[in-house]
Design a protein around this ligand. Sequence first.
Ligand code: NAI
Ligand code: CS2
Length: 502
Amino acid sequence: MTSIEHCAAGAVPEAIGIVHLGLGAFHRAHQAVYLQHCIEAGQRDWGICSVNLRSGHERVTTLRAQQGRYHVAEYRDREHVTLREITAIRGALFIGRGAGEVVSDDLSELLSRLAMPATRIVTLTVTEKGYCLNPASGRLRFDDPAIAADLDTPERPRSAPGLLVEGLRRRREAGAMPFTVLSCDNMPTNGRRVRSAVLELAQRLDARRGDDLAGWIAREVAFPSSMVDRIVPAMDARAHRELAALGVEDPAGVVCEAFSQWVIEDDFPAGRPDWAAFGVEMVADVTPFETMKLRMLNGSHSLLAYAGVLAGFETVSEAVADPAMATLLDRYMHDEAAPTLTLPDGVDPLTYGQRLLARFGNDSLHHRLQQIAMDGSQKLPQRWLHGAQIQLAGEQPRIAAVALGVAAWIRYTAGHDGHGASFEVSDPLADTLQQLHRRHGSNETLVTAMLGVTDIFPAELAADRRFHEAVVAALDRIDGDGMTAALQHVVEHEWSGQGNGS
Ligand code: NAI
Ligand code: CS2
């Protein structure tokens, strides 16, 4: 019998103070929930106008039809759920095209909204690829079609960096104070990354227009970094049935875990909600939190995703229930990731890791491994590779789990799961990776070619024989004996005799 705590919305925002780019599941279950608390407490100027670019037109129309009202079901476990009603999203816009045609275009409205002084913060969850950055270097990709288009028509931008640049240009023109830009995506130093993307684009445009917008942005605009954490699986028919079982028919509803964390650098010259009153940690430097979360949580998630799909599992909770998989994650976190971190004050890596394993085991969520496996090219550097580089620079490098992970990712990118079924690899670099699979017959040359993709792998890591050999050996084992046996081999040979959490 599930016990349901109902939290009905008691207030609606009176003004829109935040424009959000990326009206996905995570935004609805994380940022909007924190803002709901603020609004309920009387901070009524912090309503959100949420925007989808390129994809998610349906979500915008659904939310509009519900006047922005929807539900979030937060599961502690199967027996305990909190059902919240959210009214924080006051506007929903879409700018994009469907099948080559404009399906709906709220661009003018969005640009006006960005220019309004009432808009004091622009937040983003556009996924890693939405920033149009080279994942390894963090530099803006001028060859990205969205950036190339924005360079041609900067007043009609379509990319996230293009919208920020044009929005800020309009603010400067109107003599308005700039908005603060707050990235809430899983990227290292996400504030600095979005800042450099915006500056690079503005500089290129300045050179054409004889302007110094980039100089103004560099001086005037704040780009605090943030660490966000809450597991929010993509909504599917099963999750909607669960909502229905709680008595909620809500096409815009979201199901997630009860845990939630948000750590933000406190740099908001134009003002901000009093988030700290509702559990948000406002800090001077978010780096230790961000690095810890990316390597420990997201690094483990990616291990589960690639090894798990090849081993025939479908969801996170199923995969982590496998003892060998749980040992792999435990040892990865403690032996490989934790030693590379400067931990935030008071955080014990052992406890943090054990809590992560418990969260992964929450079987009230149906978190598909294929969702996490998406866009690996954008995720690997910050989740595994930076840590592996630190390990390899040390005296006793521990890289067995990451090497197994990279080998599993390589095999995964061929597009066949543990049951032999084919799937489409969803990744901006999928074509490049699949070409490499077609060109290289032996694992030795395939690994060399894959590690040679400089958009993902730093040259120094690709050239490290120890890393290369470990990946080839793991890939040979996956191909020869299967994923389950390859996993068992690592667990027995690398960590035999060590219990979980030791
Ligand atoms: P989602 O699939 O529900 O939404 C993705 C959003 O990104 C949509 O609004 C989509 O329009 C937008 N988007 C995708 N490609 C884009 C592009 N090229 N340019 C501009 N916008 C683009 O995914 P969800 O769950 O909302 O996650 C989004 C991001 O939030 C993640 O990539 C991650 O960085 C962050 N996040 C997600 C968590 C989760 O558990 N779902 C937890 C912590 C962070
Ligand atoms: C996941 C994350 O999809 C993924 O790649 O690793 O979105 C994860 O669910 C969140 O970061 C949890 O906070």
